[in-house]
Design a protein around this ligand. Sequence first.
Ligand code: FMN
Length: 202
Amino acid sequence: MNNMTSPAPDYLDLSDPARFCDSALSLLARGVRDRRSAFHVINLATLSPTGLPRVRNVVLRGCEPRHALLVFHTDRRSEKFQDLGTESHAEIAAYDSGHKLQLRLAGPVRLHYLCDRAAEAWAHMTANARAVYAHSEPPGALKAKDDAPAPLLNDEAAYQNFVICHLHLRRLDILFLKAGGHLRAIGTMNEAGQIEADWVIP
Ligand SMILES: Cc1cc2nc3c(=O)[nH]c(=O)nc-3n(C[C@H](O)[C@H](O)[C@H](O)COP(=O)(O)O)c2cc1C
């Protein structure tokens, strides 16, 4: 890593592969609150019960590198909920063109619904955010032929559909498209957020 011709950016620590991964995760964390961040919406990849790949966008609701945790929300009736059943794993991919940074992060997923954690998150959600879960038909169901608006569920019934997904980060693959020489690190993360990583060929 000594043949770099352009200065290190102030948003990434290039001194060591683990610190590089850590600084990339700090940038990802900004995407939780900043709707304009390229990391506010991430690609979530799962495997269907029949082993087919499925990928879609989800909003990044939480990023806690110290707990090796990413959080997103979904509907209990969705296909991704089926994919994220017991013992499932998922991977996210995100690219911030401004920072020239790609993150691929993977690990096991745990689903939380109809529990204290879900109730607390629900209590802090706006009516608009809750309305996403209030469709009487599941995501992906055919619309009625007459296109009549389907009745909405009441708030309590909508809550039954609300799921918090925790992606426990275990594998990290970070690529920085650095002028003069791309940098990529692959690593692992433990439950306490400690990273072990190596530089690899991009
Ligand atoms: C910008 C954007 C943000 C989205 N955020 C979410 C989200 O946070 N949770 C979610 O379940 N679906 C979200 N969706 C919808 C999914 O991408 C997807 O279309 C839907 O959930 C059905 O996916 P599934 O059939 O794989 O479960 C979002 C879509 C877009 C375009």
